[in-house]
Design a protein around this ligand. Structure first.
Ligand SMILES: Nc1ncnc2c1ncn2[C@@H]1O[C@H](COP(=O)(O)OP(=O)(O)OP(=O)(O)O)[C@@H](O)[C@H]1O
Length: 620
């Protein structure tokens, strides 16, 4: 008890909130109402599962009180409440992955960071945009003692025992001088209607109003306390689609997601039949910040017959759809369903399967800018889906997009095969870290010359694991161009002849470079470059690349093969070089420049630089 220091990060966060330039400060009400609604949901669940609360006469309610004289706004709920430990843990430290991700995204630029608040919502802490002092008075259901958590949003907070009759939380905020608009009944009503009209519980506004008594000179002003319910209080997803407008869906989304952008997509379905359930899913326009964190917060809440069960079950949808927000409400699951039962429940498995299909089909139907936006945010997790969700692999392969050697922007497999050779039925690709290096790779030259499109996969970390296991798309086989013979126009006869002619040169280069390379070959894939290097596809390690990457381990070195271009001036001249030192220098340059073109560093950079200087001097 007594005074405590906020966790350092919260100190920073509070400072940002207090000095926020964010123009949409009203969102603090949305955040607090949404927390209150969650707390009521949780108590509702306790009543179903725990004997001691079963008899309680209770119905969930949220109240807001405006006090102009006191300059304060109070918001209360009769939900699950918090004890001393909860208060310190939930409000005194950053426990939530979402808030952690928010902190990591801060730039230090006040304006940008302040916009981030709007994009993201930071729950309880948003009160410091409007309040100069906050008391959170809370009593946890089933416990005797209530506590007050007080802070003025600087570095410290204080927790003291207080008395409070029933369980729930009351948040008392002393407003800053220039935030008095939130004491106005109409303003608060407008904000609550905007964001929280369709949360499942009534929100009652208490305010004082002026009434007049008597007539003429006798007429007197009288202050009266009034209270009225200001929201609809019917859970949005239970309403028929025909009664709902886009705005209703959008505002409800903002309440459940803490996002202030409109969603990219929403999907509301009621399924009847053997299993009855309602789903309402949203795809955020901007990928959630914690999407790539192992401790991401799942975005789908499970309800059974409109009673909240959990918002912390990562398996309601497959992990690759972790960016989806929304609600699943089942009519068939038992109300006292436990977390353990959930994981193996057949009803839930069925809901999950139907939901995934619906979501993916809706994504497939997105058009123009909306589809492009989806790809810009979620292409990577779609690839994750291709790897993990065998049942929906075909649909995912229709959604995923790649860069291309012959087209601007991004292309689909479907686009590719519409342009490809329908007799050969092959889809060519090249994987690497850097788009520019890949596009300029000598390995592409033969394909460019033959007008064959190659997919440029520059998300190496993911592509090197996912692409090799795709195998085929609609009977077209995917081929990594670094592991296959390149297309060429020479006959077998001609090739043999060239090989014979260059045999002495090939052997001489191999002798010079020694163990640095596995083999020197006459290339059929080069048109402009004198040489290129390839990883030896027959090496057992090459096949295990994906496995190493998946385990987050460095790839063992795979021996390189050097290919030389027999039509290139440099190679033709090299055949005739008699000076041994010059020959050695040239052989090393062939290898090192080829490595550089693939983004691989020469082994001895100093020697490389010396050779360039030496040969350049000679050339001048
Ligand atoms: N009215 C309330 N009643 C009970 N617990 C609450 C209440 N308000 C907040 N809490 C607790 O404090 C925690 C932190 O709240 P906060 O609003 O900062 O984050 P959040 O809503 O959980 O997550 P997000 O980062 O998505 O906003 C909540 O998860 C909840 O456990």
């Amino acid at each position: 008890m007594g005074k405590h220091q906020f966790q350092t990060e919260i100190g920073q966060l509070l400072k940002l909130m207090t000095h926020s330039l964010y123009s949409n400060k009203e969102i603090f009400l949305r955040e607090l109402v949404s927390n209150a609604s969650d707390a009521i949901d949780k108590f509702n669940y306790l009543r179903l599962t725990e004997e001691q609360f079963k008899e309680e006469e209770w119905s969930g309610k949220i109240f807001i009180k405006l006090d102009k004289e006191d300059n304060s706004l109070t918001i209360g709920d009769n939900g699950i409440g918090m004890n001393e430990e909860d208060l310190m843990e939930n409000l005194g430290t950053i426990a939530k992955s979402g808030t952690k991700a928010f902190m990591e995204n801060l730039t230090g630029d006040a304006k940008k960071d302040s916009n981030l608040i709007g994009q993201f919502g930071v729950g309880f802490y948003s009160v410091f945009m409007v309040a100069e002092h906050v008391d959170v008075i809370s009593k946890k259901a089933g416990e005797e003692q209530a506590y007050k958590f007080s802070t003025d949003g600087t570095g410290e907070y204080e927790v003291t025992p207080v008395t409070k009759e029933s369980h729930g939380t009351v948040i008392y905020m002393k407003l800053k001088d220039d935030e008095k608009e939130f004491l106005d009944k109409w303003r608060v009503e407008e904000v609550v209607k905007k964001y929280s009209n369709h949360i499942a519980y009534p929100i009652v506004l208490n305010y004082s109003d002026v009434e007049y008594e008597g007539e003429g000179d006798e007429r007197k002003e009288k202050r009266v306390q009034k209270s009225e319910q200001i929201n609809e209080a019917t859970a949005l997803w239970t309403l028929p689609k025909s009664e709902l407008k886009k705005e209703d869906y959008v505002e409800f989304y903002k309440t459940i997601s803490h996002d202030s952008e409109e969603p990219l997509l929403y999907l509301h379905n009621k399924v009847e039949g053997a299993n009855e359930f309602t789903t309402l899913f949203y795809i955020p326009r901007t990928a959630p910040m914690d999407m790539y964190r192992a401790d991401y917060q799942p975005g789908v809440k499970l309800y059974v017959k409109r009673v909240f069960i959990t918002d912390d079950e990562k398996e309601l949808l497959p992990p690759y759809l972790r960016f989806v927000r929304g609600i699943i409400d089942s009519e068939d699951l038992p109300l006292n369903v436990s977390r353990e039962i959930l994981q193996e429940n057949r009803i839930l498995a069925n809901i999950k399967q139907t939901s995934v299909k619906r979501i993916l089909n809706a994504v497939k139907k997105l058009e123009g800018e909306d589809f492009d936006r989806f790809v810009s945010q979620y292409n990577r997790v779609i690839k994750e889906g291709i790897y993990t969700d065998y049942t929906n692999k075909e649909t995912l392969l229709e959604i995923v997009r790649y860069k291309s050697s012959s087209q601007e922007g991004l292309v689909s497999f479907e686009d590719y095969i519409s342009r490809g050779d329908s007799e050969k039925k092959e889809i060519y690709y090249i994987i690497g870290e850097d788009e520019k290096v890949l596009r300029n790779s000598p390995l592409l030259e033969a394909y460019k010359k033959a007008n064959i499109e190659v997919l440029i996969m520059d998300d190496q970390e993911v592509d090197s694991i996912v692409t090799p296991m795709i195998g085929t798309y609609k009977e077209w086989t995917l081929k990594d161009i670094t592991t296959i013979e390149a297309p060429d126009s020479k006959t077998e006869e001609e090739k043999k002849e060239i090989e014979e002619e260059f045999k002495p040169l090939v052997e001489k280069i191999k002798k010079t470079l020694g163990d640095e390379i596995k083999e020197v070959k006459i290339s059929t894939r080069l048109t402009e470059s004198p040489s290129c290097v390839l990883k030896d596809a027959s090496d057992p390690m090459a096949g295990m690349a994906a496995m190493f990457a998946q385990m987050g381990q460095e790839m063992p070195e795979i021996p390189l093969i050097l290919e030389i271009n027999p039509d290139h001036e440099m190679i033709k001249k090299l055949e005739k070089v008699e000076d041994n030192t010059l020959f050695d220098d040239m052989a090393w340059l062939l290898l090192d420049t080829a490595k550089l073109s693939e983004g691989i560093e020469p082994k001895d950079k100093t020697a490389f630089a010396h050779r360039i200087a030496k040969l350049a001097t000679k050339a001048i």
